[in-house]
Design a protein around this ligand. Structure first.
Ligand code: VAH
Length: 315
């Protein structure tokens, strides 16, 4: 069975759906700490699970005969800065525990998301390479960088087949983000459809690497389905699709909503965004397991605006 930890999060909500479609509802168990958030998963098995309760996780792995874990639970960048030690503890202790379980139960595969947050202020900002200086200055970024080191260690030392992607900001209409610095790029669509003015918490010209959720899901499954020997990077793969600024995403929406308006009020999240790259070189992912993205900004905006209005009732 495939265990998804943090299934009700922004990425988990969509990945759980796709994994269930791919493997069948009796092969997926979606877990989250939030019981209410699990109610939407009426298509697969669910269980309330706090990843910090190690006995409960171990028990579930045994009773559900878990062979793969998608460990998606984490405190994201903006929230992490408000609770640094909690964010470090949850992000790190949970990963180490999952890696230990994978080793002990000889699991087939583990998936763990990293992020462009592993890059810091002195990382090359344009076409950031797979290998480069990484001095992240957010707790979230530090935890992702340390996590990548542990993933590579467990692969090299114990043969644990753990795989990872450095996601850019993820944008989707089927779930709400929580506590990220790139969340503005999801909220902006909701405001446009609601006919409201949008206040951006990032500067007009603040470019960030971003990706439409269908591309992120495709990359995750392409990586997880790749033959073991093709996955040459066991820390985490750079992954890219598009890069845009708040002004550019606003303009892409204004084409559809001519009356839509925006203003910019940068807050503490601007410093986080400034520490991250403007664009990413993902040639290793493209070379090793054939990655390529499908959605550019124009196509993403058209798809979200076509689907979000009727999907909003779920929020
Ligand atoms: C965040 N959405 O903003 C996450 C992601 C690259 C951004 O890691 O923290």
């Amino acid at each position: 069975r495939i265990l998804i930890i943090g299934a009700a999060g922004q990425l988990g909500s969509e990945l759980t759906l796709t994994l269930t479609q791919q493997y069948g509802s009796d092969h997926v168990i979606a877990t989250d700490i939030n019981p209410k958030a699990l109610e939407k998963f009426d298509f697969c098995k669910t269980a309330v699970l706090d990843i910090m309760n190690q006995d409960a996780v171990r028990q579930l792995v045994k009773t559900e005969n878990v062979k793969q874990i998608y460990h998606l639970a984490a405190v994201l960048s903006a929230t992490g800065e408000k609770n640094p030690l909690f964010a470090w503890q949850l992000n790190m202790d949970s990963l180490l525990f999952v890696l230990e379980l994978a080793k002990e139960f000889k699991m087939e595969k583990i998936y763990w998301p990293s992020s462009i947050a592993v890059f810091g202020p002195n990382t090359p900002k344009v076409n950031t390479p797979q290998y480069c200086v990484k001095e992240p200055n957010t707790v979230y970024g530090i935890s992702k960088q340390a996590g990548e080191r542990w993933c590579e260690y467990y692969f090299q030392k114990f043969g644990v087949d753990v795989r990872s992607l450095r996601y850019p900001g993820l944008i989707g209409y089927k779930s709400l983000p929580g506590g990220g610095t790139t969340d503005y790029a999801v909220d902006i669509y909701h405001k446009a459809i609601a006919g409201e003015h949008f206040v951006s918490f990032l500067r007009e010209d603040s470019a960030l690497p971003m990706m439409y959720m269908p591309d992120a899901i495709k990359a995750t499954l392409d990586l997880m389905h790749a033959p073991r020997e093709q996955v040459k990077i066991r820390s985490s793969y750079n992954l890219a699709a598009i890069s845009f600024t708040p002004r550019e995403i606003f303009e892409s929406i204004k084409v559809h909503y001519p009356d839509f308006s925006i203003s910019y009020e940068p807050d503490f999240r601007q410093a986080i965004a400034d520490s991250w790259p403007d664009s990413i070189d993902d040639s290793s992912a493209r070379a090793d397991w054939g990655w390529k993205h499908d959605y550019d900004l124009k196509k993403m905006t058209a798809d979200i605006l076509a689907n979000l209005p009727e999907y909003m009732v779920n929020f």
